[in-house]
Design a protein around this ligand. Structure first.
Ligand SMILES: NC(=O)c1ccc[n+]([C@@H]2O[C@H](COP(=O)([O-])OP(=O)(O)OC[C@H]3O[C@@H](n4cnc5c(N)ncnc54)[C@H](OP(=O)(O)O)[C@@H]3O)[C@@H](O)[C@H]2O)c1
Length: 312
């Protein structure tokens, strides 16, 4: 059996359960590709899996390798794969419940893989998949955001938020974003109005929006109902909105549970990157073996854009 370096958890807990160690190297199953990982990124989802929160909803067999985002080079293709060949530069959304990409190699269904945007290095390509797919599903798959509409994006400078801002601008929407810092960054992304949530109650500054993208939950979600136009929609990535409260406000609420077709959307996103519409922000790069520090940084809750782990 061949081995590789990987970050696994053998038990749930704090960042100290992340173990950088030797693990069996995967192979490409039928319909899969094996990617030699150059970079992966840290999503709050990975921290939630590590802490054991996700095991209430999803089934994990420990030990498991964390990491959903991958950018790298195809090492081998499994039976039935005709869309990719060994040596292709690709990016992908990998394992959610299976072994993921905090490793030197990751096996991913070919349908969840796309050609890497040629203008990006692996570090920046690895920042894209999970967060962009979430923003895409929220804005386009669920809210049907249309040209000329107004969207309020909470956490606009974060992983999901900064891609959501850029996707909404591409769609032709007016974008209002909340943050407590990084305001020049937000303006550079094209935000029409930035609100400092630490000094200004956003509900005093915003009204009549068509879509709220809630990446924060709790009190932020509760105070968001009142800023929607009649018939508007609140889409949350963190907390299922109450149907009764939505109805009482004459609006709709929805939670992002699923992804759009991964390979197809990543292919479209690659064209948006090439045309300059989407630019991933990478605020920190750490080597894979510093994964504990990386998780602690993301759990601080103030990441600008994405934190990437360099593997190769
Ligand atoms: N349902 C799904 O499929 C799905 C998929 C992806 C993510 N998620 C969840 O969505 C959430 C966001 O993910 P992410 O990757 O964007 O996280 P992230 O990058 O860690 O988010 C950090 C951002 O949150 C902002 N923030 C913190 N508190 C805030 C507040 N009270 N109001 C407004 N902004 C605030 C920070 O802004 P400042 O630094 O400016 O304060 C920072 O820019 C996470 O809980 C994640 O688990 C769910």
């Amino acid at each position: 059996m061949q081995t590789m370096k990987a970050v696994r958890i053998h038990t749930y807990g704090g960042a100290d359960v992340l173990a950088y160690e030797d693990a069996p190297r995967p192979t490409a199953g039928d319909g899969e590709v094996l990617i030699r990982v150059h970079a992966t990124s840290v999503n709050p989802f990975d921290c939630a899996v590590r802490a054991g929160y996700m095991s209430a909803y999803l089934t994990y067999t420990l030990p498991v390798i964390l990491g959903t985002d991958v950018s790298g080079i195809i090492e081998e293709v499994g039976a039935g794969v005709i869309t990719f060949k060994r040596g292709d530069s690709v990016y992908a959304r990998g394992g959610v419940t299976r072994d993921g990409a905090y490793a030197q190699y990751a096996a991913v269904p070919a349908s969840d893989v796309a050609a890497k945007p040629p203008s990006l290095d692996h570090i920046h390509a690895a920042a894209i998949p999970h967060a962009t797919l979430t923003a895409w599903q929220a804005l386009f798959g669920i809210a049907n955001l249309a040209k000329g509409q107004t969207v309020l994006i909470h956490g606009a400078a974060g992983g999901v938020g900064h891609f959501a801002v850029q996707l909404a601008k591409w769609r032709g929407a007016k974008v209002i974003g909340t943050a407590s810092r990084n305001f020049d960054f937000l303006r550079g992304l094209g935000v029409d109005e930035a609100i400092d949530y630490s000094t200004t109650p956003f509900e005093n500054a915003v009204s009549n929006v068509d879509v709220v993208l809630d990446t924060v939950g709790g009190d932020t979600q509760q105070r968001s109902w009142q800023v929607l136009s009649p018939g508007g929609i609140l889409v949350s990535t963190v907390q299922a909105p109450s149907e009764e409260i939505a109805k009482a406000h004459g609006v709709r609420g929805a939670m992002v549970y699923s992804s759009p077709p991964i390979g197809e959307v990543l292919t479209e996103v690659a064209t948006l990157v090439s045309s300059g519409q989407i630019k991933p922000e990478v605020s920190a790069v750490l080597p894979l073996h510093e994964v504990r520090k990386a998780h602690q940084m993301v759990e601080g809750g103030h990441t600008r854009g994405k934190l990437v782990l360099q593997v190769a």
